[in-house]
Write a protein that binds this ligand. Structure first.
Ligand code: SF4
Length: 463
């Protein structure tokens, strides 16, 4: 099958040739390079460095809420499966402690322009508990009037009135975990949520005034076929979310215990996955969605596509984002922060999280302080990941280098992508072509100075 749209022409042969295993670059260096030599004190120092400065960027805040009522077998998130809703109160108490510590280092003048609640299942929290969380965030941080407030939603947890309640709390963006509407697939992954449930939740989001609704799909799950996934896509296209993320299921049972509950023999073959991917992409493009990059599609008027067109698209731990210039502050277990030239990640378990906060310490487990060389490479990799042109003159000016000499090895490696029509190399810029948007990881990897070093991470493919 060949994918064909006014914008993108793509053959199976091209995918087979360039779909390499590689990082998804939600950060550079990637999170597997974070190390414990980056301590709690190092994170404090980075937070304090910014205190009182006039040129401070605004804040983007992420809160990880790890609880879920039942286990989805494909899940690779850091979550706690429990039916004990009483555990939320204690977690909220500790989030408050963490926010108190962070806000004291940051100082009072930082504006928050973005909030994202992820998990786990944020809607495991009751209306009252989410209200407490929002009040807590507003007590510690000052949100701008036009701030984006986003929340991940498990459709099985939203009863009548939940979406209106979330809108009243100020949420204006949401994201539904859909995965697949097929009953056999849902059974095999232990996530039963009929089409009508999602339909109703999206409809209620619209009535409640949510500005952007996202739906996540996963292909490569047990029992999926081209035909069955085609039905799922048709149904979702009818529901018409503003954005659709089409993730590739990475089956890594040796790494993720939950995935051992998936029977290998029920998974589609590599060839079937390729066909499902091509069919899905074709159907989404035919339905009028625009390909943003990696796994993401959006309606033409969605702000994500507008940012792509204006070259203001950016990437962080939540994927593509319109807010570039922010310091990202993560709260809760395993949350990652990006402050100035550093990354830091919190401990993964609630016990360790509570223990460190009880001692008055920020719950940092590991992190990374970026060198000038890392910053230079990060800028180029993230630009390529967003399919924006790499401005060679600006880089030479900002970093005091001769680009061609400094990156002579990389430019040599990039030639194969240029010859295949995936990128363009010109004296003043490196550009990504429309079909090259599918392979930005591969061109980004050329600039990754750490790839030759051993890693504990298992990288995935696009397909
Ligand atoms: S996929 Fe979401 S709801 Fe399912 S177990 Fe993982 S975090 Fe929980």
């Amino acid at each position: 099958m060949t994918l064909s749209s006014p914008d993108i022409e793509l053959s199976e042969a091209l995918i087979r040739r360039f779909d390499t295993l590689g990082p998804r670059y939600t950060s550079y260096p990637t999170a597997d390079r974070f190390h414990t030599g980056f301590t709690e004190q190092a994170y404090r120092d980075h937070l304090v460095q910014r205190n009182g400065r006039l040129d401070n960027p605004p804040l983007s805040i992420y809160v990880h809420l790890p609880f879920c009522e039942s286990l989805c077998y494909f899940c690779a998130c850091n979550k706690i499966i429990t039916k004990e809703h009483g555990r939320v109160a204690e977690y909220l108490t500790y989030l408050d402690k963490e926010m108190t510590l962070v806000a004291a280092q940051l100082g009072p003048d930082r504006k928050a322009v973005q909030l994202h609640l992820g998990g786990g299942t944020p809607t495991f929290f009751s209306a009252d508990e989410l209200g407490q969380l929002i009040a807590m965030l507003r007590r510690h941080f000052s949100f701008t009037l036009e701030a984006e407030l986003g929340v991940e939603i498990d459709p099985r947890t939203v009863g009548g009135g939940t979406l209106a309640m979330l809108a009243r709390l100020g949420f204006n963006r949401n994201s539904f975990g859909v995965q697949d509407f097929d009953a056999a697939v849902q059974q095999a992954v232990n996530r039963i949520q009929p089409l009508e449930m999602v339909e109703k939740a999206v409809e209620e989001s619209r009535k409640a005034g949510f500005q952007s609704v996202n739906a996540d799909l996963i292909y490569g799950l047990p029992w999926q076929t081209r035909a069955s996934f085609g039905h799922t896509l048709d149904s979702l296209i009818r529901i018409a979310p503003d954005r659709i993320a089409l993730y590739n299921y990475a089956h890594l049972p040796q790494r993720f215990k939950a995935q051992r509950l998936i029977n290998d023999g029920e998974l589609p073959t590599a060839e079937e996955r390729l066909q499902i991917f091509l069919m899905s992409m074709q159907r989404l493009l035919d339905a009028g969605y625009v390909y943003i990059g990696l796994d993401h599609f959006a309606k033409p008027d969605d702000e994500l596509n507008q940012a792509r067109l204006n070259n203001t698209l950016h990437r962080n731990f939540q994927g593509y984002t319109t807010r570039a210039e922010c310091d990202l502050i993560g709260f809760g277990v395993s949350a990652i922060s990006k402050v100035g030239n550093s990354y830091s990640q919190s401990v993964r378990t609630v016990n360790a999280y509570y223990r460190q906060l009880d001692q008055g310490a920020l719950p940092v487990e590991k992190g990374f302080a970026l060198s000038p060389e890392d910053l230079l490479r990060r800028g180029i990799i993230m630009t390529l990941m967003c399919s924006a042109p790499v401005d060679i003159e600006a880089i030479e000016r900002d970093h005091g280098i001769d680009f061609n000499r400094y990156f002579s090895r990389e430019l040599q490696l990039l030639k194969q992508y240029a010859n295949a029509g995936l990128i363009t190399i010109e004296p003043k810029a490196i550009g990504v072509t429309p079909k090259g948007r599918l392979f930005v990881r591969a061109s980004g990897m050329v600039f990754d100075a750490y790839l030759s070093q051993p890693t504990t991470s298992i990288y995935s493919k696009l397909i």
